[in-house]
Design a protein around this ligand. Sequence first.
Ligand code: S3P
Length: 173
Amino acid sequence: MNIVLIGYMGSGKSLIGRGLADKMKLNYLDLDDFIEIQEKKSIKKIFDDQGEIYFRKKESLYLKEVLDTYENTIISLGGGTPCFAGNLETVINKENTKSLYLQTSLEELTKRLFAERNKRPLISHIATSNELKDFVRKHLFERSFYYNQADYKVITDQKNKDQISEEVIALLF
Ligand code: S3P
């Protein structure tokens, strides 16, 4: 069984995924890290050098590779992964695979992302917190259509890492 974590940038996919894998004695894989290793470049550098379309093509290929080759693994996707190239269908139709949406409020996402926006190519150009909030509001609205098709959903607001992990475990195991 593989468990795929989806959610917007800053929703805690990597943090929760790592903690969950520890608790459940499963492997952990972050699709962004996998892409960086395969491409020998940071995500930011891939966006800068080759552009988003190249990144999305590779992301889709590596997603399939990961789902085909890993077992007993918690896999966290990039925030955009389920929203492009039929990737959501790939996850949903994959046998022995469950998907879980980590849902975080606009306010919380804006707060978390403003501090670390320089590391994220899609939002690094945004200057103020209000501008970021507007961007995330629209983007999240578009992306929620995909995120909400996950098999399970956990709301992360006002919960710490352990509480979220316990909730996920109760839902999935
Ligand atoms: C992206 C999210 C990032 C990374 C890339 C694009 C997106 O992953 O895949 O910068 O489109 O939302 P995280 O959600 O892990 O930050």
